[in-house]
Design a protein around this ligand. Structure first.
Ligand SMILES: Nc1nc2c(ncn2[C@@H]2O[C@H](COP(=O)(O)OP(=O)(O)O)[C@@H](O)[C@H]2O)c(=O)[nH]1
Ligand SMILES: [Mg+2]
Length: 625
């Protein structure tokens, strides 16, 4: 799209208006990529319908979607050029001059004249595709070469319609004055390009600034100062004004439409300003250029949407990040409560631990006097029900190898043992509710701070299930590790040897007594008393050995518990309590991030377009505004 205008004019005979123009070759613009970008915007804008900022983005998307769709379908038809400007700036006069005849009523300076939009179409052009009914427009045919390949629309004045009949029974209401604006809003959507007319008196009018801001997105612009024979040249100042409003203004035309009409009627050559405008229309809006203009418009429109979305999302960007950070913080707080409670419960259940580790150890320890001793002790302890009780409760049951109750009727009481009370959870949730509100996130994206009964049931059950599964696995791992340390053959041999030594010592002592004391020295046999004493020693020594073994089991248990609890955050146990906030923060964050990505893509697509033709202005892209 770098074809300079002069080349363009000689490149091919101008196609008749309304006849499809052959596709541009080597345009350097990737239509498929642009369509994909448009589809991505469509998907993205509707991806978080529960979030008000995203809803507004969706609203903006719905505004531009029909235009994008039309631009795609009607890439080749002639361009519709809407002439807009303040009342009395000379729109109708300019349209008449371009149409080389009186096609629309021009009025006096002050009052709006054009109430019905006039659409000027070349005689041979089919204009059935124009939404004339919606535009409430009148079609006028013209043979003027200036409008041979475009459709020109004399748009309604935006100002108050002063000569509208006074409404019966009262002073004018504000809504009366809106009729023209409504009319304008019905007409401009059909326009691809806007020709903005201003005079030295009206170029600073805020009404025009407002109309322009509303209609300019996606519509390339011509700027024209009229009344050239009467007024000073305001172009430099007007350009500054427009640039301040965010427009690129490569060129402003300056002409006198009355003079142009006069010269045309007299068969004279048009003067310079008017000729320049006619040439620019021909070179920049017709044929291949029309395609380019329409494409530029579509890309600008998408870029406009991206910036519009940025405007919606910028104010909540930090709030969304704060919410995500807040979820992390509150999750950490609840996890600390849970970890503290779990650790102290685990520590308090020392005997349960020990039994868990030793029961199986003892079962597997066979073939030796000490093994026999251990079995006997285990048998005796087994008869003692109080020692077998694991103390009940959630963790007690887990340590006893039982499945704690998790499903069904979850209540806050069930998690109190885990250090999480209703008040703690509610505190976290109300902190997050506040952060969410600042990010404009509310129901149904997130629930209330206080969970209702059904929510308590489901979240508490989920929490208990997760905790039970995680703790059971953790306890199993600890037990396996502990057992591995004690279950070594060396330790067994040492214990068996030590125990056997004592037994042997007792037997040797008994033998000594009997053979040396009785037979040799003739002392009386010590008898049962000695055996009782020996048994006590054996038992005590056995218990001492057992204690040593179990102490070795216990040694490092504290460290194991600490390590287990330190891994608690990774298990994401408390997530169900704050899941709605976490999900909402993540979705909003993703929406914002994706919007940024798409905005960059849109800006790149815009940058990838060659500059619009020399005379056409446009609303500036993201970089400039
Ligand atoms: N001298 C001069 N008068 C103009 C020019 N354009 C419009 N007028 C006059 O300004 C008045 C309002 O013009 P009109 O076309 O009705 O303005 P509109 O309300 O924008 O359509 C008419 O009296 C025109 O004759 C111009 O370029 N030069
Ligand atoms: Mg008019």
């Amino acid at each position: 799209m770098t074809t300079p205008p002069s080349d363009f004019a000689t490149a091919a005979p101008q196609p008749a208006a309304g006849i499809p123009v052959p596709a541009e070759s080597g345009a350097g613009f990737d239509d498929a990529a642009f369509d994909a970008l448009v589809a991505a915007f469509a998907g993205w804008s509707g991806s978080l319908p529960e979030w008000p900022p995203a809803q507004r983005v969706r609203g903006a998307w719905e505004q531009i979607e029909p235009r994008l769709d039309r631009a795609r379908r009607e890439l080749s038809r002639v361009l519709v050029v809407g002439v807009i400007g303040g009342t009395g700036t000379g729109k109708s006069t300019l349209v008449n001059a371009l149409a080389a005849g009186t096609v629309t009523a021009a009025g006096d300076v002050a009052r709006p004249t054009t109430t019905t939009p006039v659409v000027v179409v070349a005689t041979d052009v089919d204009c059935s595709w124009l939404p004339l009914e919606r535009m409430q427009a009148r079609v006028v045919r013209s043979d003027s070469p200036a409008v041979a390949n475009i459709v020109l629309v004399d748009c309604p004045d935006p100002d108050t319609q002063a000569d509208a009949p006074e409404p019966a029974g009262g002073p004018p209401r504000p809504s009366d004055s809106n009729r023209n604006r409504d009319l304008l809003e019905a007409v401009v959507p059909a326009c691809d390009v806007l020709l903005v007319v201003a005079t030295a008196q009206k170029y600073r009018s805020w009404i025009m600034a407002r109309e322009l801001a509303a209609f300019a997105p996606g519509r390339p612009l011509f700027f024209v100062q009229t009344h050239a024979s009467r007024d000073p040249d305001i172009r430099a100042d007007w350009r500054r004004e427009l640039e301040a409003q965010g427009f690129d203004v490569p060129r402003i035309f300056r002409l006198d439409a009355v003079e142009a009409a006069r010269r045309s009627a007299a068969g004279l050559e048009p003067d310079e300003g008017f000729r320049e405008l006619v040439t620019a229309i021909d070179e920049e809006l017709v044929g291949r250029a029309a395609r380019r203009v329409r494409r530029t418009g579509a890309v600008d429109l998408v870029d406009w949407l991206a910036r519009q979305a940025g405007r919606e999302l910028d104010p909540v960007r930090t709030a969304v990040a704060d919410l995500a950070a807040g979820v992390g913080r509150e999750r950490g707080r609840l996890e600390t409560l849970l970890a503290t409670a779990v650790a102290s419960r685990l520590r308090a259940s020392r005997s349960a631990w020990q039994r868990l580790v030793t029961d199986e150890l003892v079962d597997r320890w066979h073939g030796g006097p000490f093994a026999m001793f251990l079995h006997v002790v285990a048998g005796i302890v087994g008869f003692w029900p109080r020692l077998r009780s694991a103390g009940g409760g959630f963790i007690g049951r887990l340590l006893a190898g039982q499945q704690p109750a998790t499903a069904g009727d979850g209540t806050w009481q069930m998690v109190e043992e885990l250090g999480l009370g209703e008040a703690d959870v509610e505190q976290s949730r109300s902190v997050l509710s506040g952060l969410a509100a600042r990010a404009r996130i509310g129901p149904p994206l997130v629930g209330r701070a206080r969970l209702d009964d059904a929510q308590v049931r489901s979240t508490v059950s989920a929490l208990l299930e997760r905790t039970a599964a995680w703790l059971a696995a953790g306890i199993d791992a600890i037990v396996a590790g502990r057992r591995g340390r004690v279950d070594s053959p060396v330790l067994r041999v040492v214990c068996e040897v030590a125990f056997t030594c004592l037994l042997v010592a007792v037997l040797v002592r008994a033998g000594w007594n009997f053979f040396f004391g009785r037979l040799w020295s003739g002392r009386p046999v010590e008898g049962l008393a000695f055996l009782e004493e020996a048994l006590v020693w054996v038992i005590l020594f056995g218990l001492f050995l057992r204690w040593l073994v179990f102490a070795r089991l216990r040694m490092g248990l504290e460290g194991d518990i600490q390590a287990l609890v330190a891994r608690l955050p990774k298990a994401r146990l408390v997530d169900p309590l704050l899941a709605d906030f976490a999900t909402a923060a993540e979705r909003a964050d993703r929406f914002v991030a994706r919007g940024g990505e798409l905005a960059r893509e849109a800006a790149a697509a815009r940058a990838g377009l060659a500059d619009p033709a020399a005379g056409l202005g446009r609303l500036r892209g993201a970089a400039g505004s």
